[in-house]
Design a protein around this ligand. Structure first.
Ligand code: HSE
Length: 443
């Protein structure tokens, strides 16, 4: 093998440009660490870029680059799930190792892509697909390999966290903060992926697979965005000692005997969540991401860092490249961690639970007419549904004759909460839909 490793970078957007810059900046360090000259031999770009070294071939024919003899590793950073998929499968077919930051593609088609890679004995590395620069894939697949993961909770969308932080701290309007996140290169091409939780759900599907050894099941992730969160709820939550964060949860749930209709399986859910203000996750702000993993016997560990942006994502892409250089230098016999952390034949069919089977605490905000007995009616309905109240806050009358009532509950099966809310909304004294936000004490 020569002492050079040739890379093809497909896509020169925020991430692709970040990778080019990182290689230029850290060339000597990359060689000192790997023992090889890391060279960009080709870039795939729709239009010619004057700022790219003239020795690097530029082309818009991505399929040709992916199959090219002078490329050892293909870096896919074009995004999307159509062309990117074709290009990656083509590269695999031609025996290339692939590095991708494409969480949507892997969440939706990863089972097929990883199977194709296993069949050709090549690797598809995806550190950059989850939580930007935080090396969470490596941690989960390698550093925690001796543990059983019980649950994980993560702030895994930088744009959403940036928006929530700016709104809370500075009272800035949603659209203004989103525009800034786009300008800074944090947001997805379609920013609804960020604010509706779809991007986080893609990442959660990947994390859950490597946590529990299950096939990728993006279509079973329950997903709620942040667009309905009001400043009023943010304030009430603070008053009660909580902060609202947009979290992804993957939870291994077994019968605990405390709930009458609890189910065994895995919860995969992304939703706004009240968490205690004093928890570290509650203090992860701006574009930062963090993933809290509870595993046995290790216990809780927290991973924190930049979750989006050119430099952070390029760092993760190049960490994968460095791993693959070691595989290549061992003639393909080097260090190989299974794509989904578990041996493919050993993936489990533990079911992903339906939303109604999930168990969480709740923040409820109700608007009640200021009449005697209304609070008693509400608490009776909750008690009849077996729902334990943790705290109640009744605010002074805001609109004429209306009292905001905030109730925090202990964890309950969602189907029971649905029934109770239906009954509460039928009370004559309840004037609006009940607002509900899930709540988690994080162990
Ligand atoms: N749009 C994503 C985010 C980029 O804001 O987290 C990183 O995946």
């Amino acid at each position: 093998m020569s002492n050079s490793i040739n890379l093809a970078i497909l896509g020169l957007g925020t991430v692709g440009t970040g990778v080019v810059n990182l290689i230029n900046d850290n060339l000597a360090e990359l060689k000192r660490r790997s023992g090889y000259n890391i060279c960009i031999s080709q870039v795939g770009t729709r239009r010619h870029r004057e700022d790219i070294d003239p020795n690097i071939t530029q082309s818009s024919d991505l399929m040709a680059i992916a199959a090219s003899d002078d490329v050892d590793i293909v870096i896919e950073v074009i995004g999307g799930t159509t062309l990117a998929k074709d290009v990656i499968l083509h590269a695999i077919d031609h025996g290339k190792h692939v590095v991708t930051a494409n969480k949507a593609l892997l969440a939706e088609h990863g089972n097929e892509i990883f199977a194709a890679a296993e069949a050709r004995n090549v690797h598809v590395a995806y550190e950059a697909a989850v939580a930007g620069g935080i090396p969470i894939i490596k941690v989960m697949r390698e550093a925690l390999a001796a543990n059983t993961v019980d649950w994980l909770a993560g702030i895994i969308n930088g744009t959403g966290n940036f928006i929530m932080s700016e709104m809370r701290d500075k009272g800035r309007p949603f659209t203004e903060v989103l525009a800034e996140a786009q300008a800074l290169g944090y947001a997805e091409a379609d920013p609804t992926f960020d604010v509706e939780g779809i991007d986080a759900a893609h990442k959660l599907a990947l994390l859950a697979s490597i946590a529990f050894g299950i096939p990728l099941q993006f279509d079973k992730v329950y997903c709620e965005g942040i667009t309905d969160i009001t400043l009023q709820d943010v304030e009430y939550a603070e008053e009660l000692g909580y902060r609202i964060k947009h979290l992804g949860f993957a939870v291994r749930r077994s019968h605990n005997g405390n709930q009458s209709n609890d189910a065994e399986g895995i919860e995969l859910r992304v939703h706004p969540t009240l968490i205690p203000q004093d928890k570290l996750l509650a203090n992860v702000n701006g574009v930062k991401n963090a993933v809290l993993v509870n595993s046995h016997p290790l216990g809780q560990t927290l991973y924190y860092g930049d979750g989006a942006g050119a430099g952070a994502t390029a760092s993760a892409v190049m960490a994968d490249v460095m791993d693959l250089v070691r595989v290549l230098s061992a003639n393909g016999q080097g260090h190989h961690v299974p794509h989904l952390a578990f041996v493919p034949d050993e993936l489990s069919d533990t079911p992903v639970l339906a939303a109604e089977q999930m168990v969480t605490g709740y923040y409820l905000r109700l608007h009640a007419l200021d009449t005697p007995g209304v609070l008693a009616d509400i608490t009776r309905i909750l008690s009849e549904a077996g729902i334990n109240i943790d705290a109640i806050l009744q605010k002074p009358v805001r609109k004429v004759g209306q009292v905001p009532v905030i109730i925090l509950t202990l964890p309950v099966v969602e189907s029971q909460m649905n029934l109770a809310i239906d009954k509460i909304e039928q009370l004559e004294a309840i004037t609006d839909k009940v607002v509900r936000i899930r709540l988690d004490e994080l162990g």
